[in-house]
Design a protein around this ligand. Structure first.
Ligand SMILES: C[S@@+](CC[C@H](N)C(=O)[O-])C[C@H]1O[C@@H](n2cnc3c(N)ncnc32)[C@H](O)[C@@H]1O
Length: 277
């Protein structure tokens, strides 16, 4: 891995795509992630009870992890994503729903910065750090402007951010961290997972690399290592407040995690709910 910046916008773009080329692996790696799901489902219920029913848009819907449970809960849901392998899995999940639920869902291939919808939405959700794949401030502002235009005047916009502590960010980028052995969910290939990262302070971008080394049952190397890049814009609460303000949003709530705790310096998941001003 490059041990020093500068990284280019092309590196950032690669980091918003490579992790989403294998939808089956994505679903396997995040199969235990439930708390965000429960939070957003409850939020959708709250929004509909308080301000009346309306459609939901799942921005960067991926494999439908959130999209399908929201449909099961009885909402009309549009899912938007750019990655075909992710959308294909979402479409498969959609096809397995009973026809009455299925009819209330739509999947659209599109870029977060170029969405435009009529009629407008009661709730827009951008879950699992997806907003952080937009690294340039102009891209974030463009996205937020599109979300605002797509919301009803009393609509809500909810999203979450992974906040990393300074010690973790400063880990030696030449070392391999988080070593795990697993089998690929579709190929059954035995893989050693490791990761490392480097922070680009100029662009506030964290560049991660995830390494997948095929090994046989005895642990011997069994093929070339694959490297998947992932890039996240780091956004402090102040950054978020400025971006929301510039985009015509008012912050309704900021939580530290998905259980309603207040956001503080120790929170690693920052969860925001905003509405048009
Ligand atoms: C971490 S996944 C989250 C998926 C889903 N929201 C979930 O909670 O499982 C991030 C998603 O953002 C999508 N994405 C990243 N940049 C995008 C862009 N500019 N436009 C549309 N989708 C994008 C990726 O394709 C990927 O599916």
């Amino acid at each position: 891995m490059k041990s020093r910046a500068p990284f280019t916008p092309a590196d950032e773009d690669t980091g918003a795509r490579e992790s989403f080329e294998d939808g089956a692996l994505y679903d396997f790696e995040y199969r235990r992630r439930r708390s965000d799901l429960n939070f957003y489902r409850q939020l959708a219920r709250d929004r509909m009870e308080r301000a009346g029913h309306g459609p939901v848009v799942d921005l960067a819907c991926g494999t439908g992890r959130m999209f399908v449970p929201l449909l099961r809960d009885g909402h009309d849901v549009v899912g938007v994503d750019r990655a075909v392998p992710m959308l294909e899995r979402a479409a498969r999940r959609l096809s397995r729903l009973p026809s009455a639920r299925r009819a209330r869902g739509a999947l659209i291939r599109g870029d977060l910065r170029a969405i435009a919808f009529r009629p407008r939405f009661a709730l827009a959700v951008c879950a699992f750090h997806s907003i952080q794949h937009l690294v340039a401030t102009d891209d974030l502002l463009q996205f937020l402007a599109r979300v605002r235009e797509s919301l009803l005047p009393d609509g809500w916009f909810a999203f979450d951010i992974l906040a990393l502590d300074a010690e973790w960010m400063a880990r030696d980028p030449e070392r391999r961290w988080a070593r795990t052995i697993f089998r690929h969910p579709t190929t059954n290939e035995r893989l050693i997972y490791t990761t490392n990262h480097i922070y680009d302070p100029v662009r506030q971008a964290l560049h991660m690399r995830v390494y997948y080394q095929p090994v046989d049952d005895k642990g011997n190397v069994a093929g070339p290592e694959r490297i998947v890049r992932l890039c996240h814009r780091q956004l402090s609460p102040d950054d978020v407040a400025t971006l929301l303000d510039k985009s015509g949003f008012r912050l309704l709530n900021a939580f530290g995690g998905f259980h309603g705790a207040p956001l503080d310096d120790l929170s690693d998941e920052h969860v925001y709910v905003a509405c048009p001003r």
